[in-house]
Design a protein around this ligand. Sequence first.
Ligand code: UPG
Ligand code: MN
Length: 749
Amino acid sequence: MERRSRPLSLCHVNTKSIVINRTHMLIHALAIIVLIHFRVSYFFTETSSRSKPTILAWVMIFLAELMLSFFWLLNQAHRWRPVTRTAFPERLPEDGKLPPIDVFVCTADPDKEPTVDVMNTVISAMALDYPPEKIHVYLSDDGGSPLTLYGMREAYDFARRWLPFCKRFGIKTRCPKAYFRDDGDDEEDDDGVDGKSSDEYDSEKRKVKEKYELFKARVNRYRASGHGDSCLSSRDHPSTVEVIRGSSADEVVQADKQNMPLLVYVAREKRPSHHHHFKAGALNVLLRVSGVMSNSPYVLVMDCDMYCNDPSSARQAMCFHLDPEISPSLSFVQFPQRFHNISEKDIYDGKLRSYYWTSLCGMDGLKGPVLSGTGFYIKRESLNGKSIHEGTDVMDLMKLFGNSKEFIKYLQQNDQPSKNIILGDSAAFWREAQFLASCGYESGTKWGQEVGFLYQSVAEDYFTGFTLHCKGWTSVYYSPLRPQFMGTSTTNLNDLLIQGTRWSSGLAEVGFSGFCPLIYGSLRMPILQSMCYAELAFFPLFCLPICIFATIPQICLLNGIAIYPKVSSTYSMVFSLVFVSSLCKHLYEVVASGHSVRAFINEQRMWMIRSVTSHVYGTMDATLKQLGMRKASFSPTNKAADDQQSKRYEMGVFDFQTSTMFLAPMVTAVILNAACFVGGITRALLLGCWDQLLMQMVLVLFVLVMSYPVTEGMVLRTDKGRIPPSVSLVSATLCLALLSLGSAFLGTE
Ligand SMILES: O=c1ccn([C@@H]2O[C@H](COP(=O)(O)OP(=O)(O)O[C@H]3O[C@H](CO)[C@@H](O)[C@H](O)[C@H]3O)[C@@H](O)[C@H]2O)c(=O)[nH]1
Ligand SMILES: [Mn+2]
């Protein structure tokens, strides 16, 4: 009795953060009000310094300040009530009573996403610490590549060795690549060998390692033989659905089939004439195919670059999904994305610390975190768009879900999932599966609009989560000490900015659409929650104020136009307060989350770099899409590392091997700041106007110090990763043009 009453999970409100956050909010808000008062009153008082150009500069700076203040306000929503959680998997009911889970892994391109790595993800999912007959792993292969299918068969064979090994010795790192990579002593301590003699463990480990090497070699040989070449067919191929049963019958395997999770390969049909909607489209096909095979009530979604790092995530997620207190409205449990390939120095802020350490904990204290694409356990029912029960009219359901009677039959049996497993020996079944994976299946249905993962934005995760919250579903963020999922982060500037552009475009797309969180969201969810969504949707718009702050005060400085109060006036204190208080708050958050001052600097720097590059292009892309002048695109990030680039990354040296499109705005801004700084100092030395111009000089100096790696890449470095002189030249010309244009508008003389 006593056992039953103990909760499966606890939610702790982070009181200390709340006190600090709200106090800071109050002080900062007051300072902003004074600042606004200062700006507004300027426009209503006659002073000798008022000339048309000065007013123009002031208006621009004021607008930028208002935008920053608005973003700051949105940013406070997730700081209102941060929480953390604890789960108690040991209190779950016995295995027989646990619900089944379907695992979805997506891959798209065997060149950018090395097959062996994708299979590692698949194997780590098969090895989840959960009754194997209740785990069904589906891999969606958007590349339709024979190499991936071959890899799956090999992976299955290896898993027949690997799974019993993990179970027998209580291995925690069940992604073979990670396990053998961290072959050091720490790992063994961590993993323990569960009472088995270490000789036995060592010898088994050696054997398994041999098998793993063999598995890798076979896959790589297949690739080298050219069998896997699928460049041409990746956009044009029929559907394939296959239950993987392994190829080698002669192996002495330690596990019988009963102990292996179901493994299914799905390549949906792709034709140039049909839009395939990228990952969301792939996930929806998996929802349908799995719907007629296992139809588990819960689905774990994983990107192919993110493996299960701790096998207990399924049980931990169930602590929330089976908790009667929160379960009825709970749609998904989101685990953080952590990355295994981030260097000590993390120069590109690849950890996304502010998102995974601050924002999501904050949203968890409201209605729940944003859906973050990978590492989440979602209730299948919540993706149906409406509640379905046995009596629901079949014709109505067909309008929503398409014409598969089989699929609709299982849809209506949502409550008895485990009985549905068909290991498909009938031809009719396979025809149905192919039909569900065909590219024409969705036409005339509500897939992607109301049902499944939504197509509106290339940030399908964000948008799907948003509409779930709009419908009243909630979510939970759980970030235990040992990361449950480990992914591959982008580790060079080029990939990072391309990815950033896609994210910005996907987010801004929602912000600009009829689904704008501030309007559509605030009518359907608590205002604080909608502010959190708006913060993300408008995040790319930081490019507007930052581009102004990177140029206007500088051009004004060069032309002797003061846009900040005199240092001797009290207002200057208020401006300094706003500046320093936001920096201090950020620094505090970085340090309080266990990170270094260097991380703080990296975050500031990357925020500036992104604001003048990927945010700008993302915003433009979203605007053009909104105007119907551009189509959506999703180029998967490159997961195969380049040696030279990796070396530079490890050393903490920026790699500027990226397109001029990304480099030019950065370099132009730095040259402009440097030139105006020199010009401003000279002016002050000659004319002695320090009092008026000092604050501007400090701002410019701050920009220059933060962007030191750009200056270094331009002037001091000679390696391949430097900024090419041609780009510097183009940027210098751009800078000259900007200066003359700016001075023509703003110059007083
Ligand atoms: O047409 C496509 C394109 C991509 N993918 C898969 O989508 C996943 C994510 O792609 P990736 O290149 O790794 O992009 P990231 O920018 O790293 O992904 C982040 O951003 C995406 C939204 O832009 C989210 O879907 C992801 O979960 C999130 O990790 C990968 O498994 C891909 O194989 C497909 O299945 N089909
Ligand atoms: Mn990824």
